[in-house]
Structure formats: structure tokens, C-alpha cells
Design a protein around this ligand. Sequence first.
Ligand SMILES: CSC[C@H]1O[C@H](OP(=O)(O)O)[C@H](O)[C@@H]1O
Length: 326
Amino acid sequence: MNHIQFENGKLILLDQRKLPFSEEFIVCETAEDVARAIKDMIVRGAPAIGITAAYGFAMGIKEGLDVDDVYSLLLNTRPTAVNLKWALDRMKNFYKKAGNDYFKLLEEVRKIHLEDIEINRKIGENGADLFKSKVSILTHCNAGALATGDYGTALGVIRSLHKRGLIKKVLVDETRPYLQGARLTAYEMVKEGIPHFVITDNTSGLLMSRGEVDAVIVGADRIAKNGDTANKIGTFMLAVLANYFNIPFYIAAPVSTFDFSIESGNEIVIEERGRDEVALINGKSIIPEKSPVLHFGFDITPNELITGFITEKGVVKPPFDLLQKA
Ligand SMILES: CSC[C@H]1O[C@H](OP(=O)(O)O)[C@H](O)[C@@H]1O
């Protein structure tokens, strides 16, 4: 997936707001352009916004922006995904050694980008090792190639299972209101020829009650020290349902999504976004003009509802000792 490209000093992003019906690209020429692209969700997904911000950091330094200013400009775009801060911290630390050497900074960004793809392939294989027979997997939002450097985290597991002939079907819930599932995950499933069905967000319980779901696998935006996990709004409800039906519920995420500086999910900031994302579909209002909305981008799944965390280092559980070793 070439949704994040860097050419001639410009960052070229696939506009994910236009998928699946139109593949249009946005050209970012400044760090300001990159910040806006992240905030407007032209690019989205925890690792993908980290990679994008890293390119923006190098572009900002080349423009002559103060290092703390470019760091803050990009960090303040979206609050929940820790990968954004992880990538910017890595670039800022690298800057302390490389200084304004733009080409060295770009080399570090490329390393972040390529490492992420390799990490996702490991997540895919580690997750696929959990299953020995054909399975139906339910997934929420888009934790795929479009949300990462490529291959995906939750969809990385699904891609690896598909390669092993172990996918019966993928249940793709639509994920209102941005519709990452219906628009983006379904787009990836079609491109890869993976058998799938798009379902409405409120269909999951019925399918679980009918034995149609063998496991739930989703991505993550920030995982606290105790395993409480921030992910797209609606994840918490799925975890409660999965536990009610004794269906395994996995989080697939790179180590860079774990935030060991926070003890629990209570410390995770939940992004709130604008009214229009709920009130409009294709620019047309679907609610009364005078109706206010509550629009939270994420929720917190308590660690006790999570069967395991599929990472590039293996499948782990709190206290995550394996992840904290050098
Ligand atoms: C592989 S992390 C993807 C993660 O990011 C999504 O959020 P958004 O689309 O708002 O950036 C969602 O929480 C996914 O699980």
C-alpha cells in the first residue's frame, strides 16, 4: 500500500476520506500541511500518523522551524494515539545527534517507516500462530495497511491467516461515524481477495450469539501499563459482548503502542471530534439541526476483557515483562 510516499521533499498522502470510491492524493509541502493532514484524518491510524509526523518533523527542520515548535505543532494534532508521541520523541532524540542534517533526519524517518512494516509482518505471524483451523474473525475500525506503514496490525494477523488458508470469513463492522470498517477495511479485504462481510455496528451481538465469531481482533491507539487499551469507539462494547459469549478478544499492536508511563486507562485522553462527523453522511445531515451530539473518537477497554496482546515480540499479557526487556 503506497498511501504514504515521500518524493522531492514533499509528503504525498492517499486521502483516506475519499476511499473506497476515489483514490486521490494530497501533497504536503510544509510541516503545517502535515499537521493539518493528521488532524483532518486524511491519514489516520496510530502507527501511520506516527510515521507521517516523523516526515513532518524532518520537513519542519528543513523549513527552519524551531525543533520544539515543530514537535508541538505535530504532537498537538491528535491526543490519543501514543505512536504519534513515540515517533516524534524518537525524531527529537535523533535530532540532538544529527542536528539540522536533513538527509540524516530523513534516513531516520525511513527507518521508522520500514521498521513498522517489518513489525507488522511479525505481528501477523505471531497472531496467526494462535489459530490451527479455519476461523471467522470480527474486526473493528481499520487496523490495516492504511493505519500503518503497510500490512497492518489486526489486519496483519488476518492477512497472515489468509495466506495460511485459515480464514473462513472476516466480519467487518462499519465503525460509525468515520466508517473506517465499511470504507477502509472492506477496501483492503477486496484488494486482497479475503472473504468478508460488512456488518452494521449493532450486528455483532447477534452473530456472536449464533456462533459466527471465533475471535475478535482489533488494533490499539494506546495501551497502559496494566493493559487497559484505548481504541476506536465501540471497541469496549465488542469486548463486553465477546466476554459474555466466551469469545477470545485480542489486541494487535506494536510495542510502540504501549505507554508504560501510565498505570491505567484512566490516564488516557479520549479525543473528542466535531459535530459534523456524526451529523453528516456524504455532506447530508441525518439528525435534526438543533440536536447536539456527543462524539468520542475512542473508548477504553479494561484489561480484564482482553485475552492477549499480539505484538512483534509475541503474544503477551500484563505486566508485559517481555516487552520491557532491552
Ligand atoms: C493500527 S492502529 C489503528 C487504530 O487507529 C484508529 O483510529 P483513527 O482511525 O481514528 O486514527 C483506530 O482506533 C484503529 O484501531
